[in-house]
Design a protein around this ligand. Structure first.
Ligand SMILES: *[C@@H]1O[C@H](CO)[C@@H](O)[C@H](O)[C@H]1NC(C)=O
Ligand SMILES: *[C@@H]1O[C@H](CO)[C@@H](O)[C@H](O)[C@H]1NC(C)=O
Length: 426
């Protein structure tokens, strides 16, 4: 009797599991030939040895089932990039887990945080038209309540709208684009001219002015971040495109101590109250101290602490003394801007050499610590291969091809500085 029940139970369980995995399809090299031309696919490329991929796995299944139950057009798949190498090459996968969207034969690289919310938001955004029309004040309010940052074209069809749509096609991976007419916007929004492009964020709005703001795409890249926000390594990396410096309160991963909370609030207050003065030069936020920022300074950062980073040249600034008051923080910001505070790091030659050494150490040491045997093997293997190639070279005077797969072996989920481009690729 109980044996029967257990059997029934296991059948039910496997049915449930089957149903769960049915929302995520395993894709192989035949995918590009067998998919329909109108299909939209959200694909995770993983590698069996990548621990970040394993962490993402349950999230990926939740995303699959949730998109299905929402009736989304987006189909969810995953592919073992070490097995389906042809597909991975087609999508130019370099790091794991890589998340890409395929829509009408165009590939879009997801560059946001590896969280369910972030990825779901991306999938929903990519599913519909690039520029969505807001035809009533209700729809406008609805959009406002769902998006922290939104770019809105206001007016009739024009050359500017064409330009807006072109930029939206490229930057849709990062943010939201809408179009509407003047009468849909609240009366409190004042526009000097039409057509206009307006960004709504930080409980206010800004209007694009070609003369003073320059290139539309560059302006959108500058303005697509909140003035103050939680920042993870993906966001920080993407913030490089804004050309602004980023002021960070570095805090604990969770359970902030009271001093961390003080730092976080101080940065938030200064960001808000001095927006007029500093938002042209700085983005503000708080970030959990960890591998990415330690890699940036090539050392261990103090927690909590403040740091300003220039992502264009990998330079950073740290306050010389304690920063407890608003005045001290403002002095620090001014010092960074006028150059009285010395920049550390950077991308000069000696810094680059140091970085290579640091990154090699950071990759190799944990392997030796956690699994000395594998470590020896990993270290010994390339050496043996190297020796073998040397032997071949000496014999035949031929040069072996670069093998991209070895580079992928060292890749982690943290974005690699200056290597990935967040642009769409086709
Ligand atoms: C649209 O873009 C083109 C080229 O990028 C530019 O020359 C033109 O001034 C833009 N038009 C408007 C109305 O902004
Ligand atoms: C950040 O780095 C870029 C590239 O080197 C440089 O042009 C820019 O002036 C730097 N910003 C500040 C505020 O130092």
């Amino acid at each position: 009797m109980s044996g029967r029940r257990a059997c029934l139970f296991s059948v039910l369980l496997s049915l449930l599991l089957l149903q769960g995995s049915a929302f995520v399809e395993e894709l192989d090299d035949s995918f590009m030939e067998t998919k329909g031309s109108d299909e939209i696919w959200l694909i995770e490329f993983y590698a069996p040895w990548c621990s970040f991929c394993k962490q993402l796995d349950p999230v990926w299944h939740e995303i699959g089932s949730e998109l299905r139950s929402l009736g989304s057009m987006v189909q969810v798949g995953k592919s073992d990039a070490t097995v389906s190498t042809g597909l991975a090459k087609e999508f130019r996968v370099r790091t794991y887990p890589a998340i890409l969207m395929l829509k009408k034969n165009t590939k879009y690289n997801y560059a946001g945080p590896r969280t369910k919310e972030g990825i779901m938001d991306f999938a929903n955004r990519m599913e519909g038209p690039v520029v969505r029309s807001l035809s009533s004040p209700q729809l406008f309010q609805h959009a406002m309540s769902h998006h922290n940052v939104m770019f809105v074209y206001v007016g009739a069809t024009s050359e500017l709208k064409g330009n807006f749509t072109t930029v939206a096609e490229e930057l849709i991976v990062h943010t939201h684009f809408f179009s509407t007419t003047r009468d849909v916007l609240p009366k409190s929004v004042s526009l000097d001219y039409l057509p206009a492009i307006v960004v709504f964020k930080d409980r206010t709005y800004l209007t694009y002015d070609e003369e003073s703001d320059g290139d539309l795409k560059a302006w959108i890249n500058r303005e697509r971040f909140l003035n103050f926000q939680h920042i993870d390594s993906y966001t920080l990396y993407a913030m490089g495109e804004s050309g602004k410096l980023v002021l960070l309160a570095l805090v604990e991963e969770r359970h902030l101590c009271s001093k961390s909370l003080r730092y976080k609030h101080l940065v938030e207050r200064v960001a808000e109250e001095h927006k007029e003065t500093y938002s042209r030069f700085f983005l503000f936020g708080f970030m959990a101290a960890g591998d990415y920022i330690n890699g940036f300074v090539m050392g261990e950062v103090t927690v909590p602490s403040l740091i300003a980073v220039n992502l264009s040249n990998d330079g950073y600034y740290q306050p010389a003394g304690p920063v407890e008051t608003e005045r001290q923080l403002l002095d620090f910001l001014d010092g960074v801007l006028d150059g009285t505070i010395e920049m550390k790091g950077g991308n000069g030659f000696s810094q680059r050499v140091q970085r290579v050494i640091y990154e090699t150490k950071a990759t190799v040491i944990p392997v030796f610590r956690d699994a000395p045997l594998i470590g020896c093997f990993l270290a010994g293997f390339p050496l043996a291969i190297g020796a073998f190639f040397c032997f071949l070279c000496c014999r035949n005077q031929t040069i072996p091809d670069d093998d991209e797969d070895t580079a992928a072996l060292l890749a982690s989920s943290v974005p690699q500085r200056k290597k990935i481009k967040n642009k769409k690729s086709d």
